[in-house]
Design a binder for this molecule. Structure first.
Ligand SMILES: NC(=O)c1ccc[n+]([C@@H]2O[C@H](COP(=O)([O-])OP(=O)(O)OC[C@H]3O[C@@H](n4cnc5c(N)ncnc54)[C@H](OP(=O)(O)O)[C@@H]3O)[C@@H](O)[C@H]2O)c1
Length: 256
């Protein structure tokens, strides 16, 4: 494995946690960042000496400033950044709240751009960064204007960072997953103004939601976090790949 000391944002759950676990199993060292410190500490306890927790709210400019430098300090070097932290809020045009718009732009676009900028000066020569975008960057839903705009902007920023890093062989790439079975996808999609249903109805709705989403993919199911993680770890260390976006979507984008 070429990349051994990596900052993983969103590292306490879902795709970020799966990336951290692939790196840790291969003997790498990982700095994990997200808001819920307890999730990060659980990983640190499971991998003593290999993982450190750097909890922070990445939507706060002051909290995220210098995060890569702190990761480098904690790990004794840094050759990778994986930005998996993200949020989605499905709202149709006419119902997009200012708060949801700002939150999605901040964590899905501004934070990765700022972290990527810092990575250019903190990562060692030959290091890699990988951003988790989405197929919704290419093919939006009626309810995903803010998320799709942010994730498409993330791809544009990634390509610019790839150019800026090339002289020091620092590579920047992205993955665009289809629907992956994580907490994000298990959150119930409610209609505007609809109150959350009771527990039993909630479970039924989420299960129906997962089946419907899985069936959208030509390969017939949702993705697994570890399937995306393997691709991320490949891109982190791929020496002649930069500015690229790898679609991992069970064939979702092939559909009409
Ligand atoms: N699941 C999918 O179908 C899918 C598809 C395409 C792309 N993606 C993208 O994949 C990435 C990972 O999502 P996931 O599916 O693994 O869902 P997830 O488990 O909900 O992961 C999202 C992570 O982002 C962190 N996060 C959110 N807001 C944050 C903030 N303000 N500061 C710091 N950390 C923050 C969360 O941790 P805290 O709450 O503890 O802060 C959480 O660990 C996201 O960027 C998502 O947009 C997911």
């Amino acid at each position: 494995m070429g990349t051994r000391k990596v900052l993983v944002t969103g590292g306490g759950s879902g795709i970020g946690l799966a990336v951290a676990e692939v790196l840790l199993r291969a003997g790498g060292q990982v700095a994990l960042s997200a808001r819920r410190a307890a999730r990060l500490e659980a990983v640190v306890r499971a991998w003593p000496g290999q993982a450190v927790a750097l909890p922070c709210d990445l939507s706060s400019p002051s909290e995220r400033a210098g995060l890569l430098a702190r990761a480098r300090e904690a790990l004794g070097g840094l050759d990778g950044l994986v930005h998996s932290a993200g949020v989605v809020e499905h709202q149709p045009p006419g119902h997009i709240s200012e708060e949801a718009l700002r939150a999605q732009l901040e964590i899905n676009l501004v934070a990765p751009l700022r972290l990527g900028e810092e990575a250019l000066s903190v990562l060692e020569d030959g290091g890699g960064m990988v951003f988790i975008s989405s197929t919704l960057a290419m093919r939006p839903l009626t309810t995903s204007a803010a998320y799709s705009a942010a994730k498409a902007g993330m791809l544009a920023a990634m390509r610019s960072l790839a150019l800026a890093g090339a002289a020091r062989r620092i590579r920047a790439n992205a993955v665009c997953p289809g629907v992956v079975d994580t907490e994000m996808v298990r959150a119930p999609r409610l209609n505007p103004g609809e109150p959350p249903p009771e527990a039993e109805e909630l479970e039924r709705r989420v299960s129906a939601q997962l089946s419907t989403l899985g069936a959208l993919h030509p390969l017939g199911r949702l993705g697994k976090p570890e399937e995306v993680a393997d691709a991320v770890v490949h891109l982190l260390a791929a020496p002649w790949t930069t500015g690229s976006e790898l679609v991992i979507d069970g064939g979702l984008l092939l559909r009409e």
